[in-house]
Design a protein around this ligand. Structure first.
Ligand SMILES: [Zn+2]
Length: 612
């Protein structure tokens, strides 16, 4: 035992001067940026006490909060390994993302170059302005050593003018730690000239927590401070739903935000932070638009980070976890993220009603939710959540986002609880939090049903889960919304509609580029992806607007003649227009209907601030 310790200690001194701070067995990364301009980082990972023999190190293929599988191994090269004496070890790439090292000395130092040039919540992005590191996209790890503590040293970042923003634990200077691989992978890190704005928040148990935003953008400090005040309002409104905030690890929660017009918009929740990536010139002038992601992601600090489905535990970094519960984890979060913007005063009811219509349309206007339950849509996240492939899919008929499907379910459940039981979805969420979030006990769908039974009746809960969660029954949204004085009505009454058409000019006509949906007139006329439209009502079809031009001023029942070709030759078809199934939602006041006191009270109890 002692001998191994001495060897390990010697190792530390062999590698660098910060050895004194190291803990035995820990995985030690150094990260530097000698070629940031060309999007590269140089990373070393030092492993001690690994034993002789074959060591397998690898990149991840999935990322915390992203539900599809990704290939992070493609942006790693110059992979080398050395032993304790600095002697080169043989490295063999055995899979795209897996390397085997023939290890002689119990200590291995692996080094590689990382390329990253995609700023979002999933990948890595390195340039002269920052290193935006999502950990699974950036850091190799060794199989079998997942429980070891981890330490990072960000080298020479002061010279670049960068500070560190992360939920990793600061160990002084530019050294940060994580208790194990699971936590490290969940801790995205922004190295940049970030501006921060922190505030203290006392939890209901009296514990003070440090909350803050850390922003990489072209804003001045006053803008960041002012924006932080807006975020504070949302934080308090969200806390009011659950009655308390989680006790964040290391006493702190940080919103990391990268704002630039060249970014790829994203929001990725983590245990004590969130990685928000905004597509905007800067925060100034866009505050209200940017708050939506904050609202959604912070709700996750309860729902999914702590109220956690068993299916997502633990993170599998070799293959994305599949979950049947994303309708709850993401869908209910989607509902609250939007609704809480009204409660916190950033959106009016009139600004909110299109969102309600969007949720309802997602389950009533497309064919998939009529056939497939939201549990199945949740499982399809392993393909649809930024999963990239080049072959065509039939999602127009087989998929509806679990964000909206689950959001529509949350909306209906909230309105039903309020009208049928005089309780609210907040009451339900609070009970789920107490039973499964605060206790850290992962849940299953039967667990969610049991909590609903407690808040309502076992009979109601059983029927609700059978019909709407496992089944494909749809709620009567018109009746439910009327409780709050909101009118659900057809969005385009009396207008001709042929369905959504994706097309582009090609092969002498207009090529249909995506599957048509089975509930649309164009599908019923036999037209689908790959068909090349030659004429519409006798006019040559050349531009992408040819269909919308032809349908303009037409009524349901009117016919459109289409000439098209495909591999079976030339064809004629007749599209019989229908009325669009899409709904819109308007307030009774806007619709010229009288709002009763009861409806006024219902709406106010639902959408007014709960912060005391
Ligand atoms: Zn989410």
């Amino acid at each position: 035992m002692k001998k191994i310790f001495l060897l390990a200690a010697a190792t530390f001194f062999a590698f660098d001067a910060t050895a004194q701070t190291k803990v035995r067995n820990e995985v030690y990364y150094t990260v530097s940026f000698p070629n940031a301009t060309h999007h590269e980082a140089e990373i070393t990972m030092t492993l001690t006490d690994v034993g002789r023999g074959t060591l397998r190190v690898r990149m991840s293929r999935s990322s915390a909060g992203r539900y599809a599988t990704h290939e992070f191994g493609k942006n790693v090269y110059n992979v080398r390994a050395k032993d304790l004496d600095g002697e080169e070890l043989t490295v063999k790439q055995v899979e795209g993302d897996v390397y085997e090292i023939a290890n002689r000395s119990n200590v291995v130092k692996v080094s590689y170059t990382l390329f990253g040039n995609h700023t979002d919540g999933t990948y890595a992005s390195i340039d002269a302005s920052h290193a935006h590191l999502n950990m699974p996209a950036s850091f190799m790890w060794a199989e079998g050593l997942a429980n070891r503590p981890i330490r990072f040293e960000f080298v020479d970042i002061d010279k670049l003018g960068w500070k560190v923003a992360t939920q990793l634990k600061n160990e002084g200077a530019n050294v940060y730690s994580a208790p194990d691989l699971q936590y490290m992978m969940d801790s995205p890190t922004e190295l940049a000239d970030v501006k921060t704005s922190y505030w203290d928040l006392v939890n209901t148990n009296g514990k003070k927590q440090k909350m803050g935003i850390a922003v990489h953008s072209d804003d001045d400090q006053a803008t960041v401070d002012n924006f932080a005040k807006m975020v504070q309002k949302i934080v308090l409104e969200e806390r009011a739903v659950f009655g308390e905030q989680p006790d964040y690890d290391f006493g702190s929660y940080t919103f990391l935000d990268d704002v630039h017009s060249t970014n790829f918009g994203d929001g990725m929740e983590h245990r004590n932070s969130t990685s928000i990536v905004d597509v905007a010139d800067k925060i100034a002038g866009n505050e209200k638009y940017l708050l939506g992601t904050y609202s959604h992601e912070f709700f996750h600090s309860w729902n999914v980070e702590r109220i956690r489905p068993k299916s997502l535990e633990p993170f599998n970094f070799e293959h994305a976890n599949m979950s049947s519960e994303l309708w709850f984890a993401e869908g209910f979060t989607q509902y609250y993220g939007e609704m809480l913007l009204v409660r916190s005063g950033f959106n009016t009811v009139d600004e909110y009603v299109p969102t309600i219509a969007g949720l309802i349309n997602s389950v009533t206007a497309s064919p998939a939710p009529g056939k497939y339950p939201q549990t199945q849509m949740s499982r399809y996240a392993v393909f649809t959540d930024a999963g990239v492939a080049i072959d065509a899919t039939n999602y127009a008929n087989t998929f509806t986002s679990y964000y909206y499907y689950g959001g529509a379910t949350a909306l209906a459940l909230d309105l039903r609880l309020r009208s049928e039981f005089k309780v609210t979805l907040d009451d339900y969420m609070r009970q789920v939090w107490l039973a499964y979030g605060k206790t850290g006990k992962p849940y299953t769908i039967p667990d969610l049903q049991a909590v609903l039974a407690k808040v309502t009746t076992p009979k109601f809960a059983a029927a609700f889960f059978t019909d709407y969660i496992y089944g494909v029954k749809k709620e009567d949204y018109q009746a439910l919304l009327a409780n709050a004085g909101l009118l659900l009505q057809k969005a385009q009454p009396g207008k001709g509609w042929l369905g959504r058409v994706q097309s582009k000019p090609s092969n002498g006509g207009l090529m249909i580029t995506g599957s048509t949906a089975s509930n649309t007139p164009i599908y019923k006329a036999g037209i689908d992806a790959g068909d090349i439209i030659l004429k519409i009502n006798g006019q040559e079809a050349k531009t992408a607007t040819a269909f919308t031009d032809a349908v303009k001023d037409k009524k349901p029942g009117d016919k459109i003649a289409v000439s098209y070709k495909n591999r079976t030759g030339n064809h004629e078809a007749t599209i019989v227009l229908e009325e669009s199934p899409a709904y819109e939602v308007v307030t009774f006041e806007k619709a010229g209907k009288e709002l009763t006191q009861q409806q006024k009270d219902f709406r106010s109890s639902w959408l007014s601030s709960k912060v005391k």
